[in-house]
Design a protein around this ligand. Structure first.
Ligand code: ZN
Length: 546
């Protein structure tokens, strides 16, 4: 074979397109044929038409870059990115969309390190780098500029009508099929990540323009507050990747809540749904007060914590994750893992760190206080890194962030161990708050997870699927609360009334308004219909003194 015989650029383009179509879209074809389950000739013609259209469009797209000095570097970039995307599609069953790009941009180095597995490197080298090397050694004989432009114009004039001819009789089939199976388009590389980047970019620009709008400027404590002598403390715990189904409090077959289940007066909400299926979506949405329907992603919006501060409540954010997704901007913040933490090494990322020195912090805070604890919870895929050895209750546990190296039962074991550890951290926190109550400080704790997780159901793992397509396990989250005896008396919230209503459907939409309601903060941003405490609050506005 004469490697030194240069080939025409269109030949190289066609080869790259064929490689993308066949090798880098294997998951698409598998899922496409699986969803369509072709039964007759017409349906197989449809499959062929999609292949021709996909191939034609890929070729036209890549030919745009088929000019000297540009073609090989750009194709290399596409090959490497696509190989990485294929890894996540194949190994974790994730789809690539704007939400995922947002997650990636919000991921810190520790989480990224967990996802960097040997297999990912194998994918990138095998599916991306090797074909790129082949492309680099291939001599390409480019045409002079105007000649090239003329050639490409002719080629486009030929390919586009051909695609139209193939697809026109099948438009109805294609439209109804892809409307039903829109997810497939997010498995189609490189279309999925290119459109995701564009959507994400557009979203960032739009929200950038309306950033940092003051919100709830009229916030103040309700009239009952100034007369009260005692200060109060409310701890909001933002859980991570805990799904309701795996809490034994919600009827899970394994005892994953050995401690919480023994705490008298603990209120466990059984029907709670998250705002999103990823941290970067759920956390800002919960604090925004706009609810799932009204919330738009973007930085700079003021939210719950700013309103609380405006009402004169001291706020502290304790972080044990990559960040607070913008909701703690302008709020005193500390990193539970230490300020110069680089990677989530075992021992550094454990959620118990959130309780270290907490009692001293509480003593130092003036007036009414709200402390937010942002957990690392059950963040995957390295579930085994989220709990200390002593909490390995379910064995054997998966000790690898590459799921294909573990049995499904081992993955579930390690996930369930993270829930057992979360149970311990929350129980320990309540114990600390009960001590504060006995010392005269009324306390409350509200824990809610940011989203759930898929654990291999229908071969889907992790989380972050588009809300409309996401399985319930990614959206149905645990929520527990505990109100100290003194706080119940002060706030006149009737805990047995809450207990009665705990099976009613609620969501992250209730979080913002319930916190404002519990703390008696009045603002036009508050909606009593979304305050879970509103219907369980004593009618008498009188102060209770003791
Ligand atoms: Zn999360």
């Amino acid at each position: 074979m004469h490697l030194r015989t240069p080939i025409r650029p269109e030949m190289a383009v066609v080869c790259v397109a064929a490689y993308f179509l066949a090798a880098l879209n294997a998951a698409f074809w598998r899922q496409f044929i699986g969803a369509l389950a072709p039964q007759d000739a017409h349906e197989w013609v449809f499959v062929a038409a999609i292949a021709i259209t996909f191939f034609g469009l890929l070729s036209l797209f890549f030919s745009v870059f088929a000019i000297p000095y540009l073609f090989k570097p750009v194709m290399t970039l596409f090959l490497l990115l696509t190989a990485a995307a294929v890894y996540f599609i194949n190994e974790y069953g994730v789809v690539i969309d704007a939400e995922m790009i947002r997650n990636i941009t919000h991921t810190d180095t520790g989480e990224a390190y967990d996802l960097l597995t040997g297999k990912l490197i194998l994918y990138v080298v095998g599916l991306g780098l090797l074909p790129a090397i082949v492309l680099w050694v291939l001599p390409i004989a480019y045409r002079p500029f105007w000649q090239d432009l003329w050639f490409k114009t002719k080629a486009t004039a030929l390919v586009l009508p051909l695609i139209a001819l193939v697809m026109l009789p099948l438009t109805g089939t294609a439209m109804s099929f892809f409307r039903e199976n829109r997810m497939l388009l997010r498995v189609m590389t490189p279309l999925n990540y290119l459109s995701a980047i564009v959507t994400y970019g557009r979203g960032s620009i739009e929200t950038g323009a309306v950033a940092a709008k003051p919100y709830g400027e009229d916030a103040h404590k309700a009239v009952v507050w100034p007369g009260r002598e005692r200060r109060t403390l409310t701890v909001l715990v933002i859980g991570e990747t805990a799904r309701a189904q795996n809490f034994s409090l919600n009827g899970y077959g394994r005892e994953t809540n050995p401690l919480l289940s023994r705490i008298p007066g603990l209120i466990n909400y059984t029907q709670v749904h998250s705002c999103g299926t990823a941290t970067a979506q759920s956390v800002p949405c919960m604090f925004s007060g706009r609810g799932r329907a009204g919330y738009r992603p973007g930085a700079g919006q003021e939210g719950l914590l700013h309103i609380l501060q405006r009402a004169g409540i001291s706020v502290l954010w304790r972080e044990n994750q990559g960040g607070c997704a913008g909701v703690c901007k302008g709020v005193p913040t500390e990193n539970a893992g230490g300020s110069n933490r680089k990677l989530f090494e075992l021992g550094e990322s454990l959620d118990e760190n959130l309780l270290t020195g907490l009692a001293e912090k509480i003593d130092a805070m003036q007036g009414d206080a709200v402390i937010v604890l942002h957990m690392m919870g059950s963040h995957g895929p390295a579930y085994y890194k989220r709990y200390p050895e002593a909490f390995e209750r379910f064995r054997p546990a998966c000790k690898d962030s590459q799921f294909s190296r573990c049995q499904l039962s081992e993955i579930v074991n390690s996930y369930d161990n993270t829930i057992v550890y979360t149970d311990y951290v929350l129980a320990k926190l309540i114990e600390l708050l009960a001590v504060q109550d006995r010392r005269g400080l009324p306390t409350a704790m509200i824990y809610v997870s940011d989203h759930g997780e898929s654990l291999g159901e229908n071969n889907v793992y992790l989380h972050g699927l588009p809300y409309a397509f996401a399985p319930d396990v990614q959206k149905h989250v645990p929520m527990v609360m505990w109100l100290s005896p003194k706080l119940q008396a002060e706030s006149r919230v009737n805990a047995s009334c809450l207990e009665h209503r705990r099976h009613e459907p609620v969501s992250h939409d209730n979080f913002f308004h319930s916190v404002l309601g519990l703390l008696g903060v009045q603002t036009t941003a508050y909606d009593p219909r979304l305050d879970v405490f509103a219907s369980c609050r004593g009618a008498s506005p009188m102060l209770i003194d003791d």
